[in-house]
Design a protein. Structure first.
Lengths: 565, 394
């Protein structure tokens, strides 16, 4: 058999794939293909990231001087609110699951699509509408409540709370639909031979995330609905003037929004598990511990919402319980970090761009997680509550954690998505800028937070000037790093060196498809395989790809997928 | 979606073959059915959690302010609520029957059962519209607009005056009336253009809207009957639960609660002022409420206009806690959200109805009927909780 024939059998026609399967705007707008939906999500969340990132840079520029007056106080309030709302609801929550997960999850399961492709597309359109409503709020008086919409201020303010709330409400349903889809797909569409403990860890992470999306997001839905009813109908449930209870809003809100933190970080951890294993070329250490720690984080995440409310006047007993459970979340998180480090030990580490991001993640998430313990401790939290320490903490987790993992994951799967290789040097420079800029931005914020700089202030005491200026410089370096990374990726998709199926010696099933995959994902029956056993793949020079050893023997080659209709 | 020509014996018809409705990414009908079933159950979990926020709010308020619930539940009509409960339970029966028929491939039965379910759903909304409009009529609105004074708002719309109903009921019925006209028009148009199945769909939708008017008219007739009977039966205002009154108002208002029944009209007119003042004062505690009562007593002498349609069934607004308004907020949020789910149910059911007319269901393909059935049962189940929680407080 010639190389060309083998290539066609394993990877199909090089020029026929999901990207050029059909053409035209409608073939994308009405597609039910999980890969195209994943790509559209990726484009969408990137736009949201850049928009909210620009807001962040404007805020940082304003904070260069102690009392710069560049923005009016009201504008400053609106800007940090929209920075937060867009970043949280339109970017971070859908980023890894809806963009990367959509592309990768069905392929990791050897499936042709997710269980409910139409629901998947609906989820994307809900994302569009929800984000559009957030932007509508931006142009109709904006929003100045902070992304948390705390009552009673959100009832009184003259800004367009209803549009923004409705946007977040819709985005919640988008997230629920993704969660339902993934949960059902994993449950019912695993191929024969793939038990729960043969799944890649990214799937475990997405599964745990789906559980949170399904159980927590509806509570956000009803909370925001009640807030809208509060403003439109005056129902008074959260309004003290009408006899309502504003702290109840905080309970409802954090019952969602704390688990939502794990919607943001769990899929990122899943990405890191994949990256660490592939770029160490070593079986992941403690598979079942990593898998179960995802589930444990998902469950514990529901029991800690009260730690956002230590200063709200809730009872000391409740504070103590929430504080204790908060500490327990550190255990499964540390289990993961321990296992990643153990996987690195004696691995053959390849410091390519995705691995650089993965190592950045471990470092930054470590700091973000450990500073969370300061805030979970009752006595220190009284001092640190509502200071820049909190801001630095959650940015270390959300940006240092999720954004870093997203970038690493995108670099890792980019050749799979577009069949072209990125420039590794540019990618690593981008990673270096992101890592450096990020630390420069947020590390000073820990210090000034601990010294008493309150968050959300448009002007501040001159003693903090130096910290703010470091932070602002860092923010621009971070922005530069992100822009460089985006540029590197887009350039690669257009002009990069062509690659075939498996350029990185990945062992999970998605690497058995061609790059980019064909419309039905696989040309041949998937060869069931341990996702972390890298030993029995060999690099074939002529195919320019890693392939399973057995595939080289004609009688062990997998059967082609039966043609559909 | 492939469309099958109407065949009377779809499940014996091998011509159409298996896999017609199996999506390309599923390996078998079983896998598709199991996925859908798991999906709908997970969705129902999200629905339960969606309502859970309101159940938590209810529980908190009931435990913190039990007297409010004691005072307010008398405004909810147990008979109308009970009829609605029966209507929904019956619709669950027809829904389950429809699912069974779909499993057997009896498309005609599925269509009929779905239609009955839809009519019941619309009837529920019709009765609910009567209940809502009556409450808005006497000022029992969500907290901010709560203006209960024991007075009926007088109907001003000519149509409402002519029919002897409230303006609110007319407003609530505008959309159903428009829909009825559109559906009948569509049914006739599609019949004329030889699209019998679509025409039949719109006939079904028109009948469904008819169910709304059936419920609304029936409910209204019942309300009128109760009003008429009431004038003969009881002259004195319904006395609130004595213990709850003491807990709320304390001894300070004793003189007022023992007022001469003959001054009933005046008293009600005054208490409008009271309610107004309480609303204006905003946050206030029982002490503040006492002051308001005192003011109301002062104003009593100067106020002379009598109540025009004083309903002897209506509790004395003076004796209601100011927090009673929150009960109505919770009531409207819970029943309103439930009503939106009924509307969604009607939309899903009409999709099932259409596909039944197209003879889509076969023993190996009936998933959608099953899924919509599960959703419908959940919506019923939520009402089964709402009814005792709101109406049957004692």
């Amino acid at each position: 058999m010639t190389t060309a024939e083998l290539r066609r059998e394993l990877f199909g026609h090089a020029d026929k794939n999901y990207l050029n399967h059909s053409r035209g705007f409608l073939s994308w707008a009405l597609t039910l293909d999980h890969k195209r939906i994943g790509i559209m999500y990726l484009v969408g969340v990137t736009v949201a990231l850049l928009l909210a990132g620009v807001f962040a840079l404007i805020l940082r520029t304003h904070l260069w001087y102690a009392d710069s007056g560049m923005l009016s106080d009201a504008t400053y309030n609106k800007m940090f609110t929209l920075h937060g709302a867009i970043m949280v609801f339109s970017f971070i929550i859908p980023s890894v699951p809806a963009a990367l997960g959509n592309f990768v999850l069905p392929m990791m399961l050897g499936a042709k699509d997710v269980a409910f492709p139409r629901l998947n597309l609906a989820s994307f359109y809900l994302w569009i509408f929800g984000t559009a409503f957030l932007l509508l709020a931006l142009v109709t008086g904006s929003l100045d409540t902070g992304w948390t919409f705390y009552t009673p201020y959100s009832i009184e303010t003259q800004t367009s709370v209803v549009y923004a709330t409705f946007g977040a409400f819709i985005l919640g349903f988008s997230s629920i639909f993704t969660g339902i889809n993934f949960l059902v797909t994993v449950n019912t569409m695993r191929p024969a031979g793939m038990g729960w403990f043969q799944m890649p860890l990214f799937i475990w992470a997405l599964y745990s995330t789906a559980i949170i999306q399904i159980l927590a997001t509806p509570v956000l839905g009803i909370t925001l609905l009640l807030l809208m009813a509060e403003r439109i109908l005056g129902v008074g449930i959260f309004n003290p003037e009408l006899g309502g209870d504003p702290v109840l809003f905080q309970h409802f809100f954090w019952f969602y929004s704390h688990p939502a933190v794990y919607i943001m970080i769990l899929p990122a951890m899943g990405v890191i598990s994949e990256l660490i294993a592939v770029y160490s070329q070593k079986k992941i250490f403690g598979y079942s511990f990593i898998a179960f720690s995802s589930v444990a984080i998902a469950i514990l995440g529901f029991l800690v919402w009260g730690h956002h409310m230590f200063t709200s006047g809730q009872s000391m007993v409740v504070n103590l319980i929430f504080s204790a459970i908060t500490f327990s979340v550190a255990i499964p998180s540390a289990v993961k970090v321990f296992n990643w480090l153990s996987t690195l030990y004696k691995g053959s580490i390849l410091l390519s761009t995705p691995m650089c991001y993965a190592l950045s993640f471990i470092f930054l998430f470590g700091i973000g997680g450990l500073t969370g313990l300061f805030l979970g401790a009752l006595s220190t939290d009284i001092h640190l509550h509502d200071t820049y320490f909190v801001v630095a903490h959650f940015h270390f987790v959300m940006v240092g954690g999720t954004l870093t993992a997203l970038l690493g994951g995108v670099f890792h799967w980019w050749p799979k998505m577009f069949g072209r290789m990125y420039n590794d040097l540019l990618g690593r420079i981008g990673c270096f800028l992101v890592f450096t800029g990020f630390n420069l931005t947020f590390f000073p914020q820990f210090v000034m937070g601990a010294r008493g700089m309150p968050r959300r202030y448009a002007s501040y005491d001159p003693e903090f000037v130096i910290f703010h200026q470091w932070s602002t410089i860092g923010a621009f370096v971070l922005g530069l790093g992100i822009v460089l990374s985006v540029f590197t990726l887009i350039y690669a998709a257009l002009y990069g060196r062509k690659v075939t199926g498996n350029p990185f010696n990945g062992a999970s099933l998605e690497w058995q498809s061609s790059s980019p995959p064909s419309f039905h994902n696989f040309e041949h029956q998937v060869h069931m395989h341990d996702p972390y056993d890298f030993g029995d793949l060999v690099f074939d020079e002529q195919l320019d790809s890693w392939v399973h050893r057995e595939f080289m023997e004609p009688d062990k080659r997998p059967a082609p997928v039966p043609s559909v209709h | 979606m492939a469309v099958v020509e109407p065949v009377h014996d779809a499940h014996h018809d091998d011509h159409h073959g298996h896999g017609e409705f199996i999506a390309h990414h599923f390996e078998s009908a079983e896998q598709q059915y199991d996925s859908g079933k798991l999906g709908i159950w997970v969705f129902l979990v999200t629905e339960v959690l969606f309502f859970s926020g309101l159940f938590v709010a209810y529980t908190l308020w009931r435990s913190h302010h039990p007297e409010v619930f004691q005072q307010a539940h008398v405004f909810l009509d147990k008979v109308l609520g009970g009829i609605n409960t029966v209507v929904l339970l019956f619709s669950s029966l027809t829904m389950a029957w429809g699912v069974r028929a779909a499993q057997l491939g009896q498309n005609k039965t599925v269509a009929n059962m779905t239609l009955i379910t839809m009519v019941c759903a619309a009837m529920f909304l019709g009765i609910k519209a009567v209940e809502y409009s009556h409450k808005w009529d006497i000022g029992l609105k969500p907290a901010r607009d709560y203006t209960y004074s024991g007075l009926h708002a007088e109907a001003t719309y000519p149509l409402a005056v002519a029919m002897g109903i409230s303006d609110w009921l007319v407003i609530l019925s505008i959309i159903p009336a428009l829909l009825l006209a559109v559906f009948v028009g569509m049914a006739v148009f599609l019949r004329l253009t030889s699209k019998p199945v679509l025409s039949q769909l719109f006939v079904g939708l028109a009948i469904t809207v008819g169910g709304y008017f059936l419920g609304a008219v029936g409910g209204q007739v019942y309300m009128k009957a109760m009003d008429g009977g009431g004038e003969h039966a009881a002259q004195a205002p319904v006395v609130l639960h004595a213990s709850s009154l003491e807990r709320q108002d304390g001894p300070a208002v004793e003189p007022e609660s023992g007022q001469d029944p003959a001054a009933g009209g005046h008293e009600n007119a005054d208490s409008q002022t009271t309610a107004q003042q309480a609303a204006d004062h905003g946050p206030g505690h029982d002490d503040a409420a006492h002051d308001d009562h005192a003011h109301a007593a002062d104003a009593h002498a100067g106020d002379s206009h009598a109540a025009h349609s004083n309903d002897p069934h209506m509790p004395d607004p003076d004796k209601l806690s100011r927090d009673v308004r929150i009960f109505f907020s919770i009531y409207y949020c819970m029943t309103g959200l439930h009503a939106f789910h009924i509307l969604g149910g009607i939309a899903f059911l009409s999709w099932i109805y259409y596909r039944s007319l197209e003879n889509h269901w076969r023993p190996d393909y009936f998933g959608p009927v099953d899924y919509v059935g599960l959703y419908w049962h959940l919506v019923d189940l939520i009402w089964i909780y709402l009814f005792p929680m709101l109406y049957l407080i004692d």
